[in-house]
Design a binder for this molecule. Sequence first.
Ligand code: NAD
Length: 307
Amino acid sequence: METLPFGKTGETLSALGFGAAPLGGAYGPVTGDGGRAAVRRALELGVTVFDTSPYYGATLSETRLGAALEGARDEVFLITKCGRYGEAEFDFSPGRVAKSIDESLGRLRTDRVDLLLVHDVEFGDTGRIIDETLPALMAAKDAGKARYVGVSGYPLSALEEIAAAFPIDAVLSYCHGNLMDRTLFDSLLPACTSRGQAVINASTLHMGVLTDSGPPPWHPAPVEVREVAQAIARLCKEHGREITDVALQFAMARPGLACTLVGVESAGEIERNVEALAHQVDEGLLAAIDALVEPVRDRTWPSGHWA
Ligand code: NAD
């Protein structure tokens, strides 16, 4: 597995990271044994980054990940979050941050996480996140409970406003660095890397849109985006390729990222995704995909207080 620098820290991460939202059932039912097998297979394949949150499956993802990583904690770069606890349940207050990290450490069966992120900052007040929430994360860092701190969310402008104002170590962006939406690569990525902040690119499959079976019912993308993705899946098949392989190869060919996260719910999926990294995206196929994507390229949806 290729490794990439984590900002200016001198550490390196596996280029592909394990997104553990599916372990909490975000994309459909996953058994405890199935989730555990996926995590153990990822470790065998050299994946060292694992991302979770108390929000995923109302803490189930953290609990399952903590159990599956038992005995391997020192081999991995473990990421969790604070501030989001349900679909519409947010609490970015310093008191809740302090309690949240302690609860997460218990579920994850460890005394520290490698990266602690404020989860979905666009649902909070930006000024208060900068003045109150992030200082609380820094207190957790000072106490040795988190080695690095940062923010995650959807609107790139919300992430950039905070990253420019507070010396966070990392930013996690999702659904902006893949075949359907490439705006991360032109805006937040160069801004953060110029400041030495690591950028983690999540949802390379556009939260399931770029798969043969398509996204889950809760997916916020407009119907035109889903239809184009299904046309891409058919085109890939005609070329003897899998849409998930092509989507990963496309996203991971971009320089400057610290890590790319893909959500995984089975050992077979992580095997397939790691295997895809051994190959390059075909330029001819990519040009044909670009033509399909063009009418809906970079199409976004509202999230939090940001349109
Ligand atoms: P994703 O784009 O990675 O898609 C995940 C879906 O694709 C799942 O249904 C998974 O089973 C499926 N899949 C994966 N590999 C496959 C394969 N080879 N063949 C067929 N299907 C395959 O979406 P995601 O999981 O939402 O994003 C990745 C991770 O990034 C999350 O799990 C989470 O850890 C993180 N994330 C964080 C935030 C945030 O902090 N706000 C937001 C989104 C994602």
